[in-house]
Design a protein around this ligand. Structure first.
Ligand code: NAP
Length: 250
């Protein structure tokens, strides 16, 4: 059976690269984003199933922190596909500010999107999966190399990504051996998130102080996701895999 894959954050950056990579591998790909993923014309309402060329079977536009919206998306996928084989959860936001200039509303928003969103989307996806020890469905959560260490002026983001690893490790145990759950922990990847709108020039320079001394490409993260979803990934669960240029060496 052709794999049924849900990719969140699929409109740009790492999520868009993952959606392209899975589609190119022959999977059916449902793409989700806050706004409608680019390339389909005007934005459309949530849960509008869109028959798109190639393997892009559906596009959804919703906020991953909105429980009702996530549930409705899952209901739509169940009705259309009958289940799900792979989740690649990429949706996320970053926030840079010194702690003493971080309003709690900014903390709440980062935690809502990155951690609550991971919980809601992961829970919905697992609910759509049929556990199978011989050919397990895969849950892939994009965390960050910052899930492994602290980073001044990014504490809400860092805390949210540590939390994602907590979800992954707990779900990996709860659903073994029928469903495999892993985190992908990228280092600095050349996307909008690393752009000037979100990170200072000072931090972009610091991000390059890693052994491979370059930003990674979204396609290099997508390759990691493809591997973890492949037959070669069957002995991985509860892991934090790092396409990170050597930024972290656990
Ligand atoms: P990006 O280019 O900024 O893309 C983020 C994606 O998430 C966008 O498609 C965005 O949708 C979507 N999104 C944001 N808030 C959302 C919400 N509330 N509900 C639904 N979708 C939402 O970032 P990226 O670099 O590809 O990051 C993808 C993931 O990788 C994130 O979880 C990020 O933390 C993680 N990561 C990135 C890096 C890096 O250096 N870039 C490193 C480590 C980890 P819209 O386009 O509609 O706004």
């Amino acid at each position: 059976m052709t794999a049924r894959v849900l990719v969140t954050g699929a409109g740009r950056g790492i999520g868009a690269a993952c959606a392209r990579a899975f589609a190119a591998s022959g999977a059916r790909v449902a793409r989700a984003d806050l706004a409608a993923p680019a390339g389909e014309g005007p934005a459309f309402a949530f849960a509008f199933a869109f028959a798109f060329a190639f393997a892009f079977a559906f596009a959804f536009a919703f906020d991953v922190s909105d429980e009702a919206a996530v549930t409705a998306m899952a209901d739509s996928l169940r009705a259309s596909w009958g289940g799900l084989d792979v989740l690649v959860h990429c949706a996320g936001i970053i926030h840079e500010a010194p702690l003493l200039r971080t309003p709690v509303a900014d903390f709440d928003r980062v935690i809502a999107v990155n951690l609550r969103g991971s919980f809601l989307v992961g829970r919905a996806a697992i609910g759509l999966m049929t556990p199978d020890a011989a050919d397990p469905p895969r849950v892939l959560m994009i965390a960050s190399d910052m899930a492994h260490y602290g980073r001044e002026t990014f504490s809400p983001y860092v805390a949210s990504k540590h939390g994602v690893l907590g979800l992954v490790r707990s779900w990996a145990k709860e659903f073994a051996p029928g469903i495999l759950v892993n985190a992908i922990c990228p280092g600095p990847i050349d996307t909008d998130m690393l752009g000037a709108a979100h990170m200072s020039a000072e931090w972009r320079a610091k991000e390059l102080a890693i052994p491979l001394a370059r930003f990674g490409q979204p396609e290099e993260v997508a390759a990691t996701a493809l591997f973890l979803a492949s037959d070669g990934g069957r002995y991985f669960t509860g892991q934090a895999i790092g396409p990170n240029g050597g930024s972290v060496m656990p």
